[in-house]
Design a protein around this ligand. Sequence first.
Ligand SMILES: [Zn+2]
Length: 68
Amino acid sequence: MPMYEFSCRKCGEHFEDLVTLAQVENGEVECPSCGSKKVEREVSTFATSGGDSFGGISSSGCGSGGFT
Ligand SMILES: [Zn+2]
């Protein structure tokens, strides 16, 4: 079971939970703080690594120049 990150729309609580995608889509994920099911799944950003983002920005800038 993957771990997803959520933020509660009611109380603003940020939490992680081990749930299935079906549970997320069916709105079965509850906020551990207030019990509300109005939670929003946040996209995990574990793909980013420190310093690497700078290289991505500069390389995309070069690509936008266009040599063709
Ligand atoms: Zn809440």
